[in-house]
Design a protein around this ligand. Structure first.
Ligand SMILES: Nc1ncnc2c1ncn2[C@@H]1O[C@H](COP(=O)(O)OP(=O)(O)OP(=O)(O)O)[C@@H](O)[C@H]1O
Length: 606
């Protein structure tokens, strides 16, 4: 049996038990479904995308109030009186989705650019504001709320009983999980995961991080709004209480306790918290002899315990145990007809691919790069060396769009790159690695390398959710496999990247850069942490890439590696170029020897 079979079995079991559940159980299971819908959105937003939000309950409120208003307010019902009554709740869904998308887009535009703890704080602020708007708008019934919300109906059949509406709630939840699972298992899903490793890496792979974050934020808000819409027609009454900040925090508990990086973790978390809450709300006041929301204290303690003992949540622990008894699932794209990926045409050998002219970078008073000139031609390995603090990494940032020079120009394949983001450099054919390795540690080497091919495919979120991207996905994975093989990493293909030694992780970064089919490769200390034989293999790979016509710029401290490999070497000291030439010329240069404190370091490499 595979994991997929087990999922179907669980769904079948739930369906078979449905008619046997009592009214109380049905209510509980319905609420678990509604909460899970919000929590899966939070898994995408927080666990996968790294954006913490305490304010999701407010979006649930938007979905609930939109449908309650359209179905009950005299203004709306009179204006829509020509329509059959059963249509109003569906218009309510549409209104809820539109209003939520617009408000989420606006809030996202204001809050998502905030860094660090300011973003979660901002979600608290708008969570509170929306709650008080619900309570203070007279048209929404103030804090008393709106009564008389009609049941949903489909083709004239009323879903007035919780048992029947529950089927719709769970169908919507399962559909959402299926779509999100497909999304995560695609190029766009890998781009979303890359957000958590920091914007610099994701942008360097061509991911528009601001756009992805906004889409993620709106998606999570829309899932909450759908939950609110279903809630309003289940409860048939809406007031602000279920949409306050406490509940927003509870949704986050659910995602974190269940496993904020796992879609099924959301369902597990929602189940645990709902059942616990239900039990504790009775038990604790009886035990303590006083009334109050004591369960919140228990949730807080539970969260601390889970964060300490199982920071990934409970789902991965359960999944790891269950997986021992299951067969592995066949990769999704396997067997799909491979489509052609976008390709760059490599410039002819000897053509200048990248040119930096008079690049200066000042950090307040400190001049990290001072009028640096450097060019890299196709079919050559150009090395940039210099003592610690010479300004090599700063220069790398200038020529890859991570940072802008204070003055000077950078030209890539004939195009002026001033002010352009890293993803524009990637789109033109610049691939890079990082001095401090930036990989998705928990994901396999295959998935990491496939991130590098992001810009070579086009299908978006919807296509991924509906599995209409399978040909492209198969092509991306085939490309990733090819680069992994080429870099000698085949034995690690399914290994989580974080469990490889640092030296191998650097090679994974090279394979990832190659998957983008670059014209120029920027390597930041690729040999650091490699053993002798691994360095030889790396040198062989770079020699082969040079022969294929790639331009390679490498920053490296290992002089033996550089001297044996590079065609030309630029030497930086205190941000200024002090030498440029062949390895032999550089080694004979007295200024270089002086910069390296005596001739030993550079000369010994000869
Ligand atoms: N963001 C920053 N703000 C202020 N100073 C900075 C910043 N980034 C780098 N510097 C300074 O610029 C100088 C050059 O640093 P850089 O990291 O580019 O050197 P490097 O040659 O890459 O060194 P290493 O070989 O140790 O990596 C250093 O003095 C460093 O402290």
């Amino acid at each position: 049996m595979t994991r997929r079979h087990l999922t179907w079995l669980a769904i079948l079991l739930l369906a078979l038990c449905w008619p046997l559940f009592g009214a109380f159980t049905i209510t509980l299971v319905n609420y678990i479904g509604l909460y899970s819908l919000v929590a899966v959105g939070l898994v995408m937003l927080t666990g996968v995308g790294g954006i913490t939000s305490f304010g999701q309950a407010a979006f649930v409120g938007l979905g609930a109030y939109a449908t309650a208003w359209i179905c009950t307010s005299p203004t709306a019902t009179q204006a829509l009186s020509a329509l059959p009554a059963g249509v109003l709740p569906w218009l309510g869904l549409l209104l809820g989705l539109v209003v939520t998308a617009l408000i989420a887009w606006f809030l996202g535009a204001v809050t998502l650019p905030l860094a660090g703890h300011f973003l979660p704080l901002a979600t608290l602020a708008w969570g509170l504001s929306l709650y008080y708007i619900f309570g203070n708008l007279e048209g929404l019934g103030g804090f008393t709320g709106i009564t008389g919300v009609p049941p949903l109906s489909i083709a004239g059949y009323e879903l007035s009983s919780p048992r029947v509406l529950g089927v719709l709630i769970w169908a919507v939840l399962l559909l959402a999980i299926w779509g999100l699972h497909n999304l995560l298992d695609s190029r766009e899903g890998r781009a979303i995961r890359a957000l958590k490793s920091g914007r610099v890496m994701a942008e360097s792979m061509g991911v528009d991080t601001a756009r992805q974050r906004m889409k993620l934020f709106v998606l999570a808000a829309l899932l909450s709004a759908v939950s609110g819409w279903l809630y309003a027609h289940l409860q048939r009454f809406v007031n602000p209480t279920p949409f306050d900040l406490n509940i927003g925090i509870e949704y986050l508990f659910m995602a974190v306790v269940g496993g904020s990086g796992y879609l099924w973790g959301a369902v597990l978390g929602a189940t645990l918290i709902t059942l616990l809450k239900e039990q504790l709300q009775d038990l604790l006041p009886r035990l303590l002899g006083a009334s109050g929301n004591f369960e919140v204290i228990v949730f807080g303690l539970l969260m601390l315990l889970v964060l300490q003992r199982a920071p990934e949540g409970l789902w991965p622990l359960i999944a790891a145990w269950v997986n021992k008894f299951l067969k592995p699932v066949k990769p999704r794209a396997q067997g799909a007809a491979i489509v052609a990926l976008a390709r760059h045409t490599l410039p002819p050998a000897g053509q200048v691919v990248l040119q930096a002219k008079d690049v200066t970078k000042r950090f307040s008073g400190l001049v990290a790069n001072n009028d640096v000139n450097l060019d890299v031609k196709s079919g050559e390995v150009h090395a940039l060396i210099g003592p610690n603090g010479a300004g090599k990494s700063t220069f790398f940032n200038m020529i890859s769009g991570v940072d802008d020079p204070t003055s000077g120009t950078v030209t890539l394949l004939g195009q002026a790159m001033a002010g352009k983001p890293s993803r524009a450099f990637a789109a033109l054919g610049l691939g890079r690695t990082f001095q401090h390795v930036r990989l998705l540690g928990q994901r396999s080497v295959l998935e990491n390398v496939a991130v590098g091919a992001h810009l070579r495919a086009r299908r978006g979120w919807l296509a991924a959710m509906l599995r209409a991207d399978r040909g492209e996905e198969a092509a991306l994975l085939a490309e990733a496999r090819h680069q992994i093989e080429r870099c000698g990493l085949t034995q690690y293909i399914d290994t989580p990247a974080a469990s490889l030694p640092l030296g191998q992780q650097r090679i994974v970064e090279i394979a990832r850069a190659l998957a983008g089919q670059p014209s120029i490769l920027l390597l930041d200390e690729p040999a650091a942490g490699l053993r002798h034989l691994e360095k030889q293999a790396l040198a062989q790979l770079l020699t082969q890439l040079r022969a294929e016509g790639l331009a390679v710029l490498v920053v490296e401290h290992d002089m033996e590696f550089v001297m044996n490999l590079a065609d030309r070497i630029t030497v930086l000291e205190f941000g200024t170029v002090i030498a440029l030439g062949t390895p032999a010329e550089v080694q004979a240069n007295p200024r270089v020897m002086e910069a390296y404190l005596g001739s030993d370091v550079v000369g010994a490499a000869a």
